[in-house]
Design a protein around this ligand. Structure first.
Ligand code: NIG
Ligand code: FE
Length: 428
């Protein structure tokens, strides 16, 4: 397949960078009036028009309508349109049962996220619903979300367990994630999050629940090879730094690299403990000060902000501007989940990055592509326009510029999504 007459193709990364940091985030390498060739599911080549002579016969020039449409000979005419990597959403809880709009109303009435959690709402509410839902119903509900996020331009997604909170139900969630991996065109990474909250039966016996995670859950998850990563909600009212250390050490023994929920509700020490254990990413980061930034600067850990959760819970926004100005990379993810961020729309996240965090459109773009890919361990195959990477791309509708994408918040600017080199037919 050849995509031709692309108004702008970006971000082109040819220096082998696996992430983009600090001041570099503001510069996007772009090719104007570009073409891109896909072969065997990979980005084979690209450049500015005219097409090189060997490709000219194949292109079917002028045969396609102006709005990105399929022309003859596998050519797509993208005139007026932008082409970029499909979004890499490095933090979601996409597998869940039911919804929690009653808590949303309670929040409007003045209750906080933590108050709702203390009353047995929040994650425990989702855990009860998940327990009552069959694996196959859970899969169907998740599959509908997969199609929805693809239609908004997502091509890769990390999905966590954590609404099971018993060995059996955690495994059920992880099996659903595995089935999504096997049956959908998305690139998926699975994270075991048994330490999402302490289940009701273990109230007052938190250490015993941590023991269960270490002695029973992690070994079984590893035996069935159900997870790539391990996560802990290291925050005030949830798991302590000591719990987190024990769980991460146990996970690492089984080859599970950490990705941490850190500093959403307080300066929890989550960032430091994540870095200490070589976390791929630390996520949330609403409470991040100079000390945390200094720690992150000494590490390979990707700071990941979750604008949807700050917006939806009316939390403070993570100091992303300060992090980038200090030289750090930043990734952004949707955190799609029923309690704190019910949207998996990465275009909305791109807008929030600009509007609420004062990130430039270029910085936000890197945060949802290459830096998101790094945060979920797929940067070698995804996240940038690079020869040899997987052809996971999105083609926008005709739009004036990159900045128009975050600017025009709320409307779907994605016209076509190509995953593994194949055009995905929209289901919505
Ligand atoms: O990333 N912070 C912890 N976990 C989720 C929320 C889960 C829920 O409320 O269901 C999050 O925001
Ligand atoms: Fe989360």
């Amino acid at each position: 397949m050849i995509i031709e007459h692309i108004k702008e193709l970006f971000p082109v990364i040819e220096d082998g960078k696996s992430r983009v940091c600090g001041a570099d985030m503001a510069t996007v390498h772009t090719i104007k009036d570009a073409w891109l060739l896909i072969k065997d599911g990979l980005i084979a080549d690209y450049g500015p028009h005219p097409l090189p002579p060997p490709l000219q016969g194949r292109a079917g020039e002028g045969s396609s309508p102006p709005q990105a449409g399929r022309g003859r000979g596998g050519a797509v005419n993208a005139s007026g349109c932008l082409v970029m990597p499909a979004f890499c959403d490095s933090h979601t809880h996409l597998v869940f049962a039911g919804s929690r709009e009653q808590e949303y109303v309670d929040k409007i009435r003045g209750l906080s996220y933590e108050e709702i959690a203390k009353r047995g709402g929040g994650i425990l509410n989702s855990a009860r619903r998940l327990h009552e839902t069959s694996e196959s119903d859970l899969y169907d509900a998740a599959l509908a979300r997969v199609h929805e996020i693809i239609s908004y331009g997502t091509g890769a997604v990390e999905i966590k367990s954590g609404y099971g909170l018993t060995t059996e139900d955690e495994l059920k969630m992880l099996r659903v994630i595995r089935r999504l991996k096997e049956t959908t065109p998305l690139t998926i990474r699975a994270t075991f999050l048994g330490a999402h909250t302490v289940p009701a039966e273990y109230k007052g016996r938190q250490t015993e629940y941590v023991d269960l995670i270490i002695n029973e859950m992690i070994p079984q998850v590893a035996t069935e090879d159900l997870a790539d990563y391990i996560d802990v909600f290291c925050d005030r009212g949830f798991f302590t730094v000591e719990d987190t250390e024990r769980i991460l050490m146990a996970g690492i023994k089984y080859g599970l690299k950490p990705k941490i929920h850190a500093n959403e509700l307080d300066f929890s020490g989550g960032i430091q403990v994540g870095v200490k254990y070589g976390a791929l990413s630390v996520d949330h980061l609403e409470y991040t000060g100079n000390e945390e930034i200094a720690t992150l600067l000494q590490s390979d850990t990707m700071p990941t902000i979750l604008p949807g959760a700050s917006f939806f819970l009316c939390l403070p926004y993570a100091p992303a501007r300060k992090m980038i100005d200090a030289g750090l990379p930043v990734a952004m993810a949707s955190d799609l989940n029923p309690g704190s961020s019910p949207s998996g729309n990465m275009q909305l996240i791109l807008s929030m990055g600009c509007t609420k965090y004062r990130m430039l459109p270029e910085e936000s773009l890197h945060a949802v592509t290459i830096n998101g890919a790094y945060a979920m361990g797929v940067d070698e195959e995804l996240g940038s326009i690079t020869r040899g990477k997987k052809a996971n791309l999105l083609i926008t509708k005709p739009v004036p510029s990159l900045a128009y994408l975050p600017y025009s918040f709320g409307s779907n600017k994605v016209d076509k999504v190509i995953l593994n080199g194949t055009l995905i037919e929209p289901r919505y």
